[in-house]
Design a protein around this ligand. Structure first.
Ligand code: FRU
Length: 475
């Protein structure tokens, strides 16, 4: 039984105790990154939803604070966002969240903070945006500036069951005018949750900005897809009123099983789009055997658009502390090493692998801890597909749908570079500088990890590994 033997992540946020799901209210304000999150203050099961709170100066070390917005009788506090105040009122933060009332009714409410985000005052007129419906939720507020120097607030929120995103605008962050709706499109049999809309320059060209709509989709109903929840995105245009998609489908955002409800920070330095997601899946989130905490956030990811095969594709890059650790790590070329090549890692590690697919043939990396479980990454040079499999009896014991294989199709025309971040039960793989990602929960037990690297043609492969652990006392 793996319960109690899931190591707490060292460089990702986890709450000290109890249940966590979506990141909420991500905002950078006066030198601090604020993370709020869907939180049950009383148990490690979903329920009593409130906003927990944590802050970080570097997106690596987090400090947890008291609950920021607390559920009350008849009303839970569901997901939403925060915006830092306009220049005129520097100390004001405004939060928008979903009031989920017990009588099957969801509407948008606001709260303000004057002390830098630690205490919040819900507005006396809540809910301030109400359609009288039961699945209207997850407000995300962005600032829209038109080409003529005018600007206003835009709210996106979903009608989850209808697979629609509704757009509203406001000048005062209180009264909202309906603008348009987008959807449905893509898979049926899912609800849409946690939208975000992010302007990104294609290949860094500021004259070619596209808008990327991010969505989280969760299968519902009796024959729901057992793969469970995942995120998608679609690139398009936004003119301040409506969003027009360039494609008729959502593109999968992360190829693992465990990346959901990802949204970006408001007011990040340099206008960067920095996203955090919840590393779990509604299919089995409640069964994950960590204690006394349940739920972890992803590494922060900086979003950009890169032209791949003629079309703009979302790129997710790792934060600077990851690159700094790797730059300081010893790199070795394992050509000529005895094969298979084995090495030992701590359970909180970064590994970088780089190789030319045609010179190595099939490549396989296996990771084993002291639980009866195996993680295997396999790259097939013919199809250029990367497969990440988690299996073994310790994984099977988590949930009948937990064992899985994630597949990632990589670009053909280049060497392959993989960055693996393993932090306790969190395995995030970034391929080719963030062109593809795959995030999966794994249970490998405690203690060191035995890694075995093998190829069918034996090298050369350059391997960089860095053991990373956060300072003592970090959340
Ligand atoms: C997404 C979600 C949101 C909702 C929240 C409730 O994971 O279902 O739509 O606001 O979680 O905890």
């Amino acid at each position: 039984d793996i319960t109690g033997r899931v190591p707490r992540p060292a460089f990702h946020f986890t709450p000290q105790r109890n249940w966590m799901n979506d990141p909420n209210g991500l905002v950078y304000d006066r030198g601090l990154w604020h993370l709020y999150f869907q939180y049950n203050p009383e148990s490690s099961e979903w329920g009593n939803m409130s906003w927990g709170h944590a802050t970080s100066a570097d997106l690596q070390h987090w400090t947890e604070h008291p609950v920021a917005l607390q559920y009350r009788d008849g009303e839970q506090i569901f997901s939403g966002s925060i915006v830092a105040s306009p220049a005129a009122d520097e100390t004001l933060l405004t939060a928008y969240y979903t009031s989920a009332y017990d009588d099957d009714h969801q509407a948008q409410s606001m709260a303000t903070s004057r002390d830098g985000g630690y205490t919040w005052e819900p507005d006396g007129r809540n809910p301030v945006l109400d359609r009288g419906t039961s699945a209207f939720r997850d407000p995300k507020i962005i600032r829209y500036t038109d080409g003529r120097g005018g600007s206003r607030w835009i709210m996106l929120a979903v009608e989850a069951d209808d697979r629609q995103v509704l757009f509203y605008s406001s000048r005062d962050l209180r009264t909202w005018e309906y603008l348009s709706s987008f959807g449905p499109l893509g898979d049926t049999g899912v609800v849409w949750e946690c939208p975000d809309l992010v302007p990104l320059a294609v290949d860094g060209d500021p004259t070619d900005v596209r808008w990327v709509l991010l969505l989280s989709t969760n299968p519902v109903g009796d024959d729901a897809n057992p793969d469970g929840s995942s995120m998608g995105y679609v690139v398009g245009q936004f003119d301040g009123v409506s969003f027009t998609a360039d494609a008729a489908e959502l593109v999968r955002l992360d190829h693992g099983r465990d990346f959901y409800a990802g949204v970006t920070f408001d007011s990040a330095p340099d206008g960067d789009a920095v996203m955090l997601g919840w590393l779990s899946n509604w299919r089995y989130a409640g069964a994950f055997p960590s204690a006394p905490w349940r739920g972890a956030m992803s590494l922060p990811r900086r979003l950009s658009l890169r032209t791949v095969g003629g079309a703009p594709r979302l790129v997710q890059q790792t934060p600077s502390f990851v690159r700094e650790h790797l730059a300081g790590a010893a790199s070795s070329t394992v050509f000529g090493a005895s094969w298979p090549y084995g090495f030992t890692l701590s359970g909180h590690s970064l590994i970088e692998l780089e190789w030319e697919p045609e010179s190595t043939g099939m490549l396989r990396l296996q990771l084993r801890g002291d639980a009866d479980a195996l993680v295997e990454l396999e790259h097939d040079p013919l199809s250029n597909v990367l497969r990440i499999t988690r299996g073994g009896s310790a994984m099977e014991a988590v949930h009948p749908d937990f064992s899985s294989t994630s597949t990632v199709e990589l670009r053909r025309d280049r060497s392959v570079r993989l960055l693996l971040s393993l932090d306790g039960p969190l395995l995030e793989v970034f391929a080719n500088d963030g062109e593809a990602t795959a995030s999966n929960l794994v249970v490998l037990g405690t203690g060191p990890i035995e890694a075995i690297l093998d190829t069918t043609r034996h090298g050369p492969i350059s391997v960089t590994s860095a053991d990373v652990s956060a300072a003592e006392g970090a959340a």
